[in-house]
Design a protein around this ligand. Structure first.
Ligand code: ATP
Ligand code: ZN
Ligand code: MG
Length: 302
């Protein structure tokens, strides 16, 4: 049995995660949720004075916006679409027959107007573009959403439905890169406050296919993505618990996000992987929260 399976098994045995029979799809105990809630309050304390506008979207988004985002060009392997039965009574009869004999009943399902949200910030850009030009001060937003990614794994830190807390900044290049740097510094400070050792490294997204390799190299070479890494299931391959992304003017151009003077906005987003942070805490301080170091408990619960 490898390390990953055993940490996952211990999480199941302790009840912190609840097995659903699907890799990467877990229920969470009240205790697990309490850790996430406490960490989110810590995020609020660090980011609260910045005056971000809070919004919460459900874990599904407008399919038209998803299509326009280009997600299927870059990450078709991760996307999840919502399909429904839209047929007649006759179709219903054949659907049930199909299920009865154990054939694939999902073939007749039709795409709805909703797809599962792949990253918390995706519904934001078209929403803000609709408002017209950004104010002089730019835009700063606070989002949190369940996100779906089709990447089943035995690694408890790689889930298919997980929560991402994000801050998104829109403005000039200087404005949004300062924002990103500020959160890199804060991220290190926050993790230190809860007793976690971190490293920050340049990173890339898993762009699909051979053409994707070039996109990934380009993203790295230009330092567009950084990750805050904490060892969870492997010391050699620490897990990304936060990411810091600079999109240049790519999203501004795509969505028509403009500044007060009409120039295209640059954007950046900072994401916290909430389940991963909770798992890092349980991995480092033990599965029993009552036994965690006093300083860590104080940082989380006051
Ligand atoms: P990884 O390289 O581990 O796949 P990522 O680069 O895909 O991570 P992002 O797309 O930047 O991650 O997502 C923002 C944050 O969401 C990550 O920093 C991480 O903490 C969290 N996250 C991403 N994928 C998952 C997942 N499958 N399960 C749990 N958390 C995740
Ligand atoms: Zn984002
Ligand atoms: Mg990934």
């Amino acid at each position: 049995m490898d390390m990953q399976t055993s940490f996952l098994d211990r999480l199941f045995e302790s009840g912190l995660l609840i097995d659903t029979g699907i890799d990467g799809l877990y229920g969470r105990s009240g205790q697990f949720e309490d850790v996430i809630a406490a960490f989110e309050r810590l995020i609020d304390r660090f980011g609260g004075a910045d005056g971000a506008e809070a919004m919460r979207f459900p874990p599904g988004m407008n399919r038209a916006f998803f299509e326009k985002s280009g997600y299927m060009k870059s990450f078709p392997q991760l996307a999840g679409t919502v399909h429904s039965f839209c047929g007649s009574e006759l179709d219903h009869v054949s659907l049930l027959q199909c299920m009865e004999v154990g054939e694939d009943w999902t073939k007749g399902q039709e795409a709805t107007d909703i797809v599962l949200t792949p990253a918390a910030c995706y519904p934001l850009y078209p929403t803000i573009a609709k408002r017209g030009n950004l104010p002089k001060t730019g835009g700063l937003f606070d989002l949190q959403s369940y996100c779906f990614r089709h990447e089943p794994s035995k690694d408890p830190a790689r889930q298919q439905l997980f929560r991402m807390r994000e801050y998104i900044c829109m403005g000039t290049e200087q404005h949004v890169t300062d924002f990103r740097q500020r959160w890199m510094d804060r991220g290190v400070e926050m993790m230190k406050a809860v007793g976690l050792d971190v490293t920050i490294d340049v990173a890339n997204d898993p762009f699909f296919g051979r053409a994707g390799k070039m996109l990934a190299n380009n993203q790295r070479d230009q330092n567009l993505k950084f990750e805050l890494l904490i060892p969870i299931t492997s010391a050699a391959n620490p897990t990304a618990c936060m990411s810091f992304n600079y999109h240049q003017d790519a999203f501004g151009t795509k969505w028509g996000l403009n500044l007060e003077d009409g120039s295209v906005a640059h954007t950046a987003c900072v994401g916290f992987g909430l389940e991963r942070i909770a798992l890092a805490l349980f991995h480092h301080h033990g599965l029993d929260v009552k036994q965690w170091p006093a300083s860590v408990r104080k940082a989380l619960w006051g």
